[in-house]
Design a protein around this ligand. Structure first.
Ligand SMILES: [Zn+2]
Length: 353
């Protein structure tokens, strides 16, 4: 086949072989490199894709805020990363085939959380200034009466009781991302898969899903929006700060709770915020860059970047008890099938960030 340079059977490393099988072209021609007819065939472009998935995405290291790959490759550098013995030959083959070198990547500091508004949010004394910016710069959206969303409960006492699907009582609030002591929040999503993830369910759980709708249009601050401001750099970007905040773990909850309290005080019924599981749901790589520039700042990529975010809903108070939200339907939910998307990366060649 014209344009085919390698196949999945050319590699020794099992991760590279399996990923090449996933992305390669099924074709029974003979591989000009290894002579296999059964391997999935790779063009030079696909070898580049494979190298990016394995060495760049596969070495992505998460920090408290942000993440950066430990390895990069390009046509200007020769390879200077140490390799494990079982993929030494593979890395030489990729280098030779597409003319690239692999090197340790010194990330730009914003990628590992050095973003001014994010720094300011972490400081209790300057937090309010940034929260005020969030209140003015993020758009307002409406959850309309005609719209519905889902809320999952595991092991409810009486599954058909509407109250089971309301926010937990005030005295139990303060556990998750946006609720605080005496400030209960109802979490839900229009994406049922994300609801299942957010509930950290297992196959043994007794699960129920309520389909809910507001009884009047609810006013929400949309923190899942991509703020377009090409004048600022990543270091100054409020968009990057909020994006990183919602992809961070528990250590970020005191900040997100303060944001929720301020949004509530400003008269909103709740917020739309990016699900922590957005990337797993959409199978996308976090914090993608080209030459150190975030794709979130490239106007042509806004739509693509926005599509990587799955919005969740957080409604303040106890919306069912307060008659702001009605239960339209309750169903039993059964997990019948789970399949993971899998990527691979190298080991044994990596410095710490
Ligand atoms: Zn081959």
């Amino acid at each position: 086949m014209i344009g085919i340079v390698l196949c999945s059977n050319c590699f020794h490393d099992q991760g590279l072989r399996l990923d090449a099988e996933q992305i390669g072209i099924v074709d029974s021609s003979t591989c000009s490199n290894c002579g296999s007819i059964t391997g999935s065939k790779l063009s030079a472009d696909l070898v580049g894709t494979l190298a990016h998935r394995f060495f760049v995405w596969g070495t992505l290291q998460r920090c408290d805020y942000g993440a950066a790959p430990l390895v990069q490759f390009n046509q200007h550098q020769s390879t200077c990363i140490s390799t494990s013995p079982w993929f030494d030959e593979d890395i030489r083959l990729i280098e030779k085939t597409i003319g690239v070198g692999f090197f340790y990547y010194g990330p730009r500091q914003w990628m590992v959380g050095e973003v001014e508004p994010l720094r300011a949010l972490q400081e209790p004394s300057s937090r309010i200034l940034i929260i005020n910016r969030i209140l003015t710069e993020y758009p307002t959206t409406l959850l309309r009466v005609a719209q519905s969303f889902y809320r999952i409960r595991k092991d409810p006492k009486i599954p058909e009781n509407f109250g089971e699907y309301d926010s937990p009582p005030s005295e139990l609030a303060g556990v998750w991302r946006l609720d605080a002591p005496n400030f209960p929040v109802m979490y839900g999503s229009q994406d049922l898969q994300v609801c299942v993830h957010e509930c950290r369910v297992t196959a043994e759980d007794d699960l129920y899903v309520a389909t809910l709708s507001p009884t009047r249009d609810l006013k929400l601050l949309d923190l899942s929006a991509l703020l377009q401001d090409e004048r600022t750099t990543e270091f100054e970007s409020l968009d990057m700060a909020v994006h990183m905040l919602f992809l961070a773990g528990r250590h970020s909850y005191d900040i997100t709770r303060d944001i929720a309290l301020a949004v509530h005080s400003s008269g909103y019924d709740g917020v739309v915020y990016p699900s922590y599981f957005s990337l797993l749901r959409t199978g996308s790589m976090p914090f993608e860059t080209t030459y150190g520039i975030s794709h979130r700042r490239v106007p042509q990529l806004h739509e693509y970047e926005q599509a990587k975010t799955i919005p969740n809903l957080a409604l303040f108070g106890r919306p069912i008890e307060e008659c702001k939200v009605q239960v339209r339907c309750i169903n039993k939910l059964i997990l019948s099938h789970v399949q993971y998307g899998i990527l691979f990366g190298p080991v044994g060649c990596l410095p710490k960030l």
